[in-house]
Design a binder for this molecule. Structure first.
Ligand SMILES: Nc1ncnc2c1ncn2[C@@H]1O[C@H](COP(=O)(O)OP(=O)(O)OP(=O)(O)O)[C@@H](O)[C@H]1O
Ligand SMILES: [Mg+2]
Length: 152
């Protein structure tokens, strides 16, 4: 599922567990893509999947890295973390399934929609996880130049 297109831009961001800096990476990714002039509809989808991946690292992992890559027709988001991993990926992908603690829920997370939304908003979605080691997500989002929206 790798695109052979040439790389236009690449940057990796560390993600810490906990909520002190939660949302910083997805905000930065959004700003970079806006600065590159990508279509708003594409930026919105990338921002959603990056935010969900970031929040899952903050909630369920010890630390992680999110990598943004831009190619002529694709944005690629990779999220790799070290942490507890996911035992049953099929179950974790189900809408509404969540192991969020009360603390995570009190912050507004834990609807069990993050992974299913990442799959929904990306064109290609891959997840690999090993219990006790960590989780690796790779998402490809096609840059839809024809479907730009006038909305902010
Ligand atoms: N990076 C991860 N490491 C370990 N477990 C994870 C990770 N990401 C998701 N999970 C597990 O998969 C479940 C479902 O994740 P998902 O993002 O769909 O929902 P959620 O985080 O529980 O709630 P929401 O994303 O709607 O706030 C989580 O509750 C958690 O058990
Ligand atoms: Mg989540």
């Amino acid at each position: 599922m790798t695109s052979r297109e040439s790389l236009i831009y690449e940057k990796s961001f560390p993600v810490e567990a906990g909520f002190d800096f939660a949302g910083r990476v997805s905000g930065e990714v959004k700003a970079i893509l806006t600065g590159m002039g990508l279509p708003k509809e594409t930026i919105r989808r990338v921002a959603i999947v990056t935010y969900e991946a970031e929040m899952n690292i903050c909630s369920y992992a010890d630390q992680g890295t999110i990598t943004l890559r831009v190619k002529p027709n694709f944005v690629i988001i990779e999220a790799a973390d070290e942490g507890q991993g996911i035992e049953d990926i099929g179950l974790a992908m189900k809408e509404g399934y969540s192991t969020a603690t009360d603390k995570i829920r009190s912050m507004g997370f834990g609807a069990g929609m993050g992974l299913s939304n990442m799959k929904k908003f990306s064109d290609t979605f891959r997840i690999i996880s090993e219990v006790g080691k960590g989780t690796h997500l790779k998402m490809l989002l096609r840059i839809r130049k024809d479907q730009d929206s006038k909305e902010p």
